[in-house]
Design a protein around this ligand. Structure first.
Ligand SMILES: C[S@@+](CC[C@H](N)C(=O)[O-])C[C@H]1O[C@@H](n2cnc3c(N)ncnc32)[C@H](O)[C@@H]1O
Length: 383
C-alpha cells in the first residue's frame, strides 16, 4: 500500500467483488458487507499464497497493513493449516473468497423471513452476513472443528451477531431446528447427505460446492422436490475443501507403490494434459465419469518426463502416464492392480468428446434416497 492509498475497508472489498462478479453486489448483500467488516472475523495470523503452491504466514502484529489489505481483498485466506514432517502444508480451514460467498448467497435466492442452515462455520463471517440479512434466529451454522466453532461463537458475539453455532458433523444437518428454506455448504461434497434433503421443505434450495476424487470444482444448485428428491444444475465456480467425513485418504507412496511390482506397459495417444491439464470442463467430466480415482502430477527433476499418477481411493490400483509436453504422441502408460485406471479415464474422455464436450454448466444432477444421477447436454454437435 502506498502512503496515499485509502485504508482498505468494506467499500474496497465491494468494488473488488463487483470486478469478480462483473456487476455490482445486490443492494441487500452490499448492505450486509458494509455492516459486517470482514477483518473482525479473521484471526491475527492468516496464511497467504507464496506463489510456489505453498503458504506464508501474515501476522497482524507484524505486518498490519498487509494483513488489513488481505482482509478486505476478494481472496480466500487460510486460517488453519496442518504441516507434515516433509513440510507439506494442508489448509484445514479458510475464510472463503467474499466474491464466491456472495455469488453463493445470491444463487440461493434468499428472501426475507427465510431460515438458513450453513455447513462449515469457519470464521463465522458468512454466518454473520446471513444473520445481518435475516436475523439471528433464522440462521444455524454447523462446524465440525470444536476449536473453530468456539472461536466463531465468541467472535460473532463480540460483533453483535447471535446465530446458532452447532459443533458437529454437518453431514447430519441440524434436525433440532429444521426445516430450513435454504442450505448453503461452504465445504464441498461428493454426495449430498440425505439429512439435508430431509431438513429442507419442498421448493427449498441447496447450494453445495462439489467435489470428485479427480477434482474439487463447481457448485451444485438444487431444488428440493415434493417427492423427497432434489434436482438441479452445476455452476462453474467454487473450489472448497472437502467436507470431513467424505475425504478419501489413499496415499501413493504409503499404500500403493511397492518394490518388485510389474505394471503392464502400453502406449496412449491421449495426452495426459487433456484430462488433467488446464481444461476444467474436461477434468470435471472425467471426475464425474470415473468414480473414486484421483490424480497428481509428479515433477521430480530426476525424471526425463513429467508424470501423471492415478490411484483409486481404495488403494488397489495405480497408473502413470509420462508426458513430455507434446500434444500428440505415444505417451508411455504403466498400469497396476485390478482396475485399469488409465483405460477407464481414456474411455471416460472419449465418451465426453462423443457427447459433444458438455461444459460444467451443461451438467445437471438428481439426488434420490439411494444416490445421484448426472445428466449432460451437448455443448456442440458430437463428432
Ligand atoms: C472454507 S471453510 C468455511 C468458511 C466459512 N463459511 C467462513 O465464512 O469463514 C470450511 C469449513 O468447513 C468445516 N468443515 C469441514 N468438514 C465439516 C463437516 N463434516 N461438518 C461441518 N463443518 C465441516 C471446516 O472445519 C472449515 O471450517
Amino acid at each position: 500500500m502506498t502512503p496515499t492509498s485509502p485504508t482498505p475497508s468494506p467499500e474496497t472489498l465491494l468494488s473488488q467483488v463487483a470486478d469478480t462478479l462483473g456487476r455490482p453486489v445486490a443492494p441487500l448483500w452490499a448492505d450486509a458487507v458494509r455492516a459486517v467488516p470482514r477483518d473482525r472475523f479473521l484471526p491475527d495470523r492468516v496464511w497467504l499464497r507464496d506463489g510456489n503452491g505453498g503458504y506464508v504466514p501474515c501476522d497482524r502484529a507484524v505486518e498490519a497493513e498487509r494483513w488489513c489489505e488481505a482482509a478486505f481483498s476478494d481472496v480466500p485466506l487460510v486460517t488453519r493449516i496442518r504441516e507434515d514432517a516433509d513440510g507439506f502444508q494442508e489448509p484445514t480451514s479458510a475464510a472463503s473468497a467474499p466474491g464466491t460467498v456472495l455469488r453463493m448467497l445470491e444463487e440461493a435466492g434468499i428472501a426475507d423471513g427465510q431460515r438458513v442452515l450453513e455447513i462449515g462455520t469457519g470464521t463465522g463471517y458468512h454466518a454473520a452476513l446471513l444473520a445481518h440479512r435475516l436475523g439471528d434466529g433464522r440462521v444455524v451454522s454447523v462446524e465440525v472443528d470444536p476449536a473453530l466453532a468456539g472461536t466463531a461463537r465468541a467472535v460473532l458475539k463480540a460483533a453483535g451477531h447471535h446465530p446458532t453455532v452447532v459443533t458437529g458433523d454437518g453431514a447430519l444437518g441440524h434436525a433440532a431446528a429444521a426445516p430450513y428454506d435454504r442450505i448453503i455448504a461452504t465445504c464441498s461434497v461428493r454426495a449430498v447427505p440425505a439429512a439435508w434433503l430431509a431438513q429442507t421443505p419442498p421448493g427449498g434450495r441447496l447450494v453445495v460446492p462439489w467435489s470428485t476424487s479427480w477434482i474439487t470444482y463447481g457448485t451444485l444448485v438444487l431444488t428440493r422436490r415434493p417427492d423427497g428428491t432434489a434436482d438441479g444444475r452445476f455452476a462453474g465456480y467454487g473450489s472448497y475443501m472437502v467436507m470431513r467425513g467424505q475425504r478419501a485418504e489413499s496415499d501413493l507412496d504409503r499404500d500403493l507403490l511397492r518394490d518388485g511390482q510389474r505394471p503392464d506397459r502400453s502406449g496412449t495417444a491421449l495426452s495426459p494434459w487433456a484430462v488433467a491439464g488446464d481444461d476444467l470442463d474436461a477434468q470435471f467430466a472425467v471426475g464425474l465419469r470415473v468414480p473414486d480415482v484421483w490424480h497428481s502430477w509428479d515433477t521430480a527433476t530426476d525424471q526425463a518426463h513429467t508424470r501423471l499418477w492415478l490411484a483409486d481411493d481404495a488403494a488397489t490400483s495405480w497408473a502413470s502416464v509420462d508426458y513430455d509436453g507434446r500434444q500428440t504422441a505415444d505417451f508411455l502408460v504403466r498400469q497396476h492392480g485390478p482396475r485399469r485406471l488409465w483405460d477407464e479415464v481414456a474411455a471416460a474422455h472419449r465418451q465426453w468428446v462423443r457427447a459433444g464436450e458438455p461444459r460444467i454448466a451443461d451438467h445437471g444432477l438428481t439426488v434420490t434416497a439411494t444416490g445421484h444421477q448426472v445428466r449432460a447436454r451437448a455443448r456442440r454437435p458430437p463428432p
